[in-house]
Design a protein around this ligand. Structure first.
Ligand code: ZN
Length: 122
């Protein structure tokens, strides 16, 4: 299950951010997850607490914001949001592989007990 290795590297990133902030534990982790990131949200949610065991991140909430797929349609000359599982423009039906967003897998925030975010959105 590759979500476990992803969860492990997430925990590593978060732990480092928490340490830099001088925190002893992490309350919550905010994550942006693209629809096309190749990561199954439920699997990641399942693996995260396992990966966090015996780290500063143990017991932290995982808050996942799903980012929908957006492609650029050349004929229409604009960014569009295709139907789930499709790479076709909903306006003209042209297929497009110009992905604008939807591949994200990034930590956007780490909450530590004093409520000061250890890591700001970049
Ligand atoms: Zn189009």
């Amino acid at each position: 299950m590759h979500e476990l290795s992803i969860a492990l590297s997430l925990v590593e990133i978060v732990e480092e951010a928490a340490r830099r902030a001088g925190a002893e534990r992490v309350v919550a982790v905010h994550l942006r997850l693209g629809a096309m990131s190749g990561v199954v949200r439920e699997a990641l949610e399942f693996c995260f607490p396992l990966a966090a065991q015996n780290t500063l991140v143990e017991g932290a909430r995982l808050e996942i914001e799903t980012v929908p797929l957006v492609i650029t349609c050349t004929p229409c000359g604009r960014d569009v949001q295709p139907e789930e599982g499709s790479f076709r423009c909903p306006l003209c039906g042209a297929p497009s592989m110009h992905i604008r967003q939807g591949r994200e897998l990034e930590v956007t925030g780490v909450e530590v007990p004093d409520a000061e975010p250890a890591m700001e959105e970049h």
